[in-house]
Design a protein around this ligand. Structure first.
Ligand SMILES: C[S@@+](CC[C@H](N)C(=O)[O-])C[C@H]1O[C@@H](n2cnc3c(N)ncnc32)[C@H](O)[C@@H]1O
Length: 409
């Protein structure tokens, strides 16, 4: 918020603006709005008033109104970097990535070294799936601020995604030299070095999917050949044609692709995901009765027993690693006659442990899944191999499983 303006009745303006800003800062949006509107009515030529009022609209989720106010400010002061920057943020929130890019570029014409602006611009390119352009901007940031960890981390991710494992490792090394506690870099360096871990850090999973959320569906369904949700549904219906599960739990629901596919034959659906941005996308679809922002293990330990008839987890176990705790947790929340259906990335050697791959995801062999299922009271009633999704022109081989509790004959 800004509260300076050279004006004849400066004192009166200043004290009213200070009051409005103070209400705004204290979260009294109603009062602040009245004061800003009043001030704008009296001093329509002061761009900062439009800026502040726009900010208030933005903070209260009224993005179109925020834009109207920012543009009113821009008509008075086209050289305000802050206005261009805030317009860009708003456009991005409204899903208008091209418009956001345009505004970030305008802000950068005014302040070419603004790191936040450059970083957000790169994020827009990532949202468009244009990793190369994003990488160029991250590199620009690093020329100005060589220790900018988020740019190093994103650059490592892009390098890795494009198959440059050595480049990615070097960048993760650099991050860890600057911050030895950087958990995502530590995890990815371990994956790239062939070390093993029992599970990824929650913060890593959250970071990956928060960054992926706004182009997840486009890239999965359009580019990567992802048909897992309908494959899971067809598998379930083929094996249990007379079953009509009432309550479905979607673990790692992401943007809701499983919900899209299963809604027609379930009465209620609950989704759980650790990524706020993926969950936001699911929420917009209004498919689920309840959505929980939570790590799966926390949800399963705090949720009532025997609550669901069908638990589905599509393309999530690669981010779980060790399956024992998951299988025990699901057995608790499942009704006695319920079923658990999930996919894994298939590991063709019969390894008896989850295998951390260079991708940072785990693969699970049939021998491992069978062993953990036996140990935790499950019986596998169906399993099949499938092509899961493409990665750099190769299909990742997966496997889907349908299980019931083994005490039920
Ligand atoms: C590849 S996406 C799959 C999403 C969805 N099931 C689908 O088929 O489109 C994996 C999802 O699982 C979530 N996830 C991974 N590990 C998780 C965990 N431990 N707790 C909660 N959510 C998790 C991620 O945030 C992400 O949204």
């Amino acid at each position: 918020m800004t509260d300076t303006h050279p004006n004849a009745d400066f004192n009166a303006l200043e004290s009213r603006l200070t009051r409005a800003c103070s209400c705004h800062e204290q979260g009294d949006y109603h009062r602040a709005e009245i004061l800003y509107r009043d001030l704008i009515g009296q001093y329509p030529g002061i761009w900062q008033l439009h800026f502040n009022y726009g900010l208030l609209c933005d903070e209260t989720g009224r993005y179109e109104e925020a834009l109207e106010n920012y543009f009113a400010g821009l008509a008075i002061n086209p050289a305000s970097e802050d206005l261009h920057y805030n317009i860009a943020i708003c456009q991005k929130k409204l899903g208008r990535i091209e418009a956001a890019i345009d505004s970030y570029r305008r802000a950068l014409e005014i302040a070419p070294d603004d790191i936040d602006c450059l970083y957000n611009l790169a994020g827009c390119y990532r949202s468009q799936g244009d990793d190369q352009r994003a990488a160029r901007v991250y590199s620009e940031i690093l020329e100005r601020a060589p220790q900018h960890l988020p740019s190093l981390n994103n650059l490592a991710y892009v390098a890795h995604k494009n198959g440059d494992s050595a480049g990615a490792r070097e960048l993760y090394d650099k991050i860890l030299a600057l911050n030895p506690d950087h958990v995502s870099a530590e995890y990815m360096r371990a994956a790239l070095s062939g070390e093993t871990r029992s599970q990824p850090p929650d913060s890593y999973v959250k970071e990956v999917f928060d960054a992926f959320a706004d182009h997840y569906e486009a890239s999965l369904t359009a580019n990567l050949g992802y048909e897992l949700p309908s494959t899971l549904r067809d598998f379930y219906q083929r094996l249990l044609p007379r079953n009509t599960p009432e309550r479905l739990l979607d673990l790692g629901c992401g943007t809701g692709l499983i919900g899209d596919t299963f809604q027609s034959f379930c009465q209620s659906m609950t989704g759980v995901d650790i990524s706020e941005k993926m969950l936001d996308a699911a929420r917009e679809k209004r498919l689920y009765d309840t959505l929980h922002l939570s790590a799966i293990k926390d949800f399963l330990t705090t949720h009532p027993n025997s609550s669901y008839d069908l638990v589905v987890s599509g393309d999530v176990l690669p981010y779980i690693g060790d399956l024992e705790e998951l299988f025990i947790g699901v057995s608790r929340v499942l009704t006695a006659l319920g079923h658990f259906m999930f996919s894994v990335e298939h590991h063709s050697d019969e390894a008896l442990v989850p295998v951390l791959q260079q991708s940072g995801r785990f693969a699970h062999s049939q021998a491992y899944v069978t062993r953990v299922a036996d140990k935790t009271g499950w019986q596998i009633i169906g399993q099949t191999l499938l092509d899961l999704r493409r990665e750099r022109d190769e299909w990742i081989q997966g496997s889907i499983y349908l299980m019931s509790l083994s005490s039920i004959s």
